[in-house]
Write a protein that binds this ligand. Structure first.
Ligand SMILES: [Fe+2]
Length: 335
């Protein structure tokens, strides 16, 4: 069964870059001819990709754009809205989505960049791939992941990257994202606790589904059953860890300043999962959506198609109502 998905324009997917099948394949062809920065084992990918976390190797610490000095220069020229900062040490079970604002205190961006270690700061650069100097390099790393994932993914249709620069003992609180990720450690050490996203003790099926709602508190919170079920990865420069789709995680830095790059991405397959979760979330009150996503792939595709049909119908209805009310047609795609 085939149906065409469209990315939502409102809601939680606001960052990152959409890419077409052709653009992705062109990036793969360019990267096949160039030096490799990542070393992702094909056998490990075959056994574990998008099912459990696993370590990968890379050489980003040797890349001239990923030295601390180069990244600080990048931070100072990026749009202010793309540079998030806070005090680094926060409770691991704190609310992730509000942690940047709640734990900023009187820290300023200049303080965070000029006195990162003394101020025990955490700085996150959102979408460095939009910088003209960094874009080609990051697109190359993404394509290397794409080459490794080629047996399993038709193409990548969206990506978004983040550089994390943090002082010792910084914490990224427990949370889960709505995409896949390769987190690459460039300087210092990090401990990554990663949980199986399909473990019902970690997240119940309805909690996984609710991640794809527009609820501001869609991410389930920390609970006491989690520590015993964590898979722990110790990262150092040259190592990275793959995060499967929506895998919960909690990250702490070691005793030194840390730099890492997260390369997050989505694919047509993960879009099917997203829309099947959204179907379950919306239609559970009507007695539908009780079959957990991932248990029957054909059912997931059918749910995703049904959800996309409902979404398209709702948008068409919205357009028609606006036209009737205002006497003008809305711009295409601006519902
Ligand atoms: Fe994350």
């Amino acid at each position: 069964m085939i149906c065409v998905g469209r990315r939502r324009r409102r809601g939680f997917i606001v960052l990152g870059t959409r890419i077409t099948d052709n653009e992705f394949r062109a990036a793969l062809r360019r990267t096949e001819r160039e030096a490799r920065w990542l070393d992702i084992d094909a056998g490990t990918m075959r056994a574990q990709y998008n099912r459990t976390g696993f370590l990968v190797r890379h050489r980003l610490a040797e890349h001239p754009l990923f030295t601390a000095d180069a990244l600080f220069r990048l931070a100072r020229r990026m749009p202010a809205s793309a540079v998030k900062y806070r005090i680094g040490t926060v409770p691991g079970n704190t609310h992730f989505d509000s942690s940047i604002e709640r734990f900023r205190g009187d820290l300023t961006l200049d303080d965070a960049l000029d006195h990162l270690v003394d101020k025990r700061a955490y700085v996150a650069l959102y979408n460095p791939e939009k910088d003209p100097e960094y874009g080609p390099a990051i697109e190359g790393f993404l394509a290397e992941i794409g080459l490794a994932a080629r047996p399993f993914e038709r193409f990548f249709n969206w990506y978004s990257t983040y550089v994390f620069i943090s002082a010792h003992d910084a914490v990224t609180p427990y949370h889960m994202d709505r995409e896949m990720n390769f987190l690459l450690q460039i300087a210092g050490r990090k401990t990554v606790q990663l949980w199986d996203p399909r473990d019902d003790v970690v997240m119940r099926p309805e909690q996984r589904d609710h991640l794809f709602s527009f609820d501001a508190d869609a991410r389930p919170a920390w609970h006491d059953g989690l520590p015993a079920r964590a898979h722990v990865f110790e990262l150092e420069p040259g190592l990275g860890v793959h995060h499967p789709f929506i895998a919960p995680h909690l990250v702490t830095t070691g005793q030194n300043f840390s730099i890492s790059l997260a390369i997050t991405y989505r694919t047509p397959s993960s879009d099917v999962m997203s829309d099947a979760h959204a179907f379950n979330d919306r239609l559970r009150p009507y007695g539908l959506g009780r079959i957990p996503v991932g248990s029957h792939p054909a059912v997931d595709v059918a749910k995703a198609c049904a959800f996309r049909g409902l979404r398209a119908a709702r948008q068409a209805l919205h357009h028609a109502r606006r036209r009737d009310k205002d006497g003008v047609a809305p711009e295409p795609g601006r519902s």
